[in-house]
Design a protein around this ligand. Structure first.
Ligand code: NAD
Length: 329
């Protein structure tokens, strides 16, 4: 089976090259999938895409017209794919639901600790030969209450790490995890209670209609003054304007983001010679207590290996005329 791999990065190539791809012919393209690059898939039965590729209704229709029958996304999240439209067109979609949750969970903890202990500011001061400790006071993680919004694979690993620090755990999720309750002392609460009682809120839910802008002005108003918010899930779970208001009023004491509501067309690209046109993003970068990484939480050797292995398994199943284990119903 022929497949066009969109948006290939230099760090992914060795992981693709290490795979046994017998039965598959892969065409690697650096271009993102958009309506303007659909023609690159001409002759392929499958496309392999990433989180910043566009699999909108319009693009899916165009893909179908050039003969594409399968979309394999090398991501856990599927919010960049119009899955209803794919179903209507008979295009099969599969993701990689189970690559290292440690990669993303550990990144969320990195953001927490770096913000708390002001590591980026401290490093900048050292490079300016300013060895004073003014402005670098942090807090003990031990004894703090952390609210986990969404305790699936990644939220669960995060909760266990935080339990190791001696944090108290509150969880808001639509389903409960008995192990986290019984062995780790986590308490399941409603979202408002999580907002009111948490010193740190760490977001690990998928982006759905229910979680879109779940963290808005109203929820932020309910939070403790000086709360830390960490979002490594999807940007649009937080309303960006509300985050900025919360930072301006000092309600939010720290914000760590690996994802951004309007990251499409910004993250994963080199804009170093451009003038950034997104005023909300530029405002966020102006706060000293905001730490942003550009969607790199998944970026460990182990996660990339798992991810690309599963992607190839998805393609091989389709090449063999079978359903992929990760295929959407
Ligand atoms: P998962 O499916 O294992 O867990 C998601 C959890 O969220 C589940 O427990 C589910 O019940 C809960 N949930 C679903 N809807 C909810 C709602 N309305 N309210 C509260 N809880 C809800 O997924 P996961 O593997 O833990 O990944 C979580 C998300 O992390 C993904 O959907 C993806 O968007 C994001 N992610 C980000 C990166 C990155 O690099 N930044 C990498 C991988 C995944």
């Amino acid at each position: 089976m022929k497949a066009t791999v969109y948006n290939i990065s230099p760090y992914e190539r060795p992981f693709f090259q290490a795979q046994d791809i017998s039965g598959l012919t892969l065409f690697y393209k650096e271009e993102r999938l958009t309506k303007d690059t659909v023609s690159l898939a001409d002759g392929s039965e499958a496309v392999v895409i990433f989180t910043n590729d566009e699999a909108s209704a319009e693009v899916l229709e165009a893909l179908k017209n050039v003969g594409v029958k399968h979309v394999a996304t090398r991501t856990m999240g599927m919010d960049h794919i119009d899955t209803e439209k794919a179903k209507e067109l008979g295009i099969k979609v599969a993701n990689v639901p189970d690559y290292s949750p440690y990669s993303v969970a550990e990144h969320s903890i990195s953001l927490m600790l770096a913000l708390n202990r002001k590591l980026v500011i401290a490093n900048r001061k050292i490079r300016e030969n300013d060895f004073r400790l003014n402005g670098l006071v942090g807090f003990d993680m031990h004894g703090k209450t952390v609210g986990i919004l969404g305790a699936g694979d990644i939220g669960e690993v995060s909760a266990k790490i935080l339990h190791g620090f001696g944090c108290k755990l509150l969880i808001y999720d639509i389903k409960e995890n008995d192990e986290l309750k019984e062995k780790y002392g986590a308490r399941y609460v409603e979202i408002d209670k999580l907002c009111e009682q948490s010193d740190i809120i760490s977001i690990h839910a998928p982006l759905t209609d229910d979680t879109h802008h779940l963290i808005d002005h109203d929820k932020i108003n309910k939070m403790k003054k000086g709360v830390m918010i960490i979002n490594v899930a999807r940007g649009a779970i937080c309303k960006t304007e509300a985050l900025i208001e919360g930072l301006k009023s000092r309600k939010i004491g720290y914000l760590g983001m690996d994802v951004y509501e309007h990251e499409q067309g910004l993250f994963f690209e080199d804009h170093s010679s451009d003038i950034i046109q997104d005023d909300l993003f530029v405002r966020l970068t102006g706060f000293k207590n905001v730490l942003i990484t550009a969607h790199q939480a998944f970026l460990t050797h182990e996660a990339l290996k798992d991810n690309i292995q599963s992607t190839i398994r998805n393609l091989k199943a389709w090449a063999d005329g079978e359903a992929s284990e990760n295929e959407l119903e």
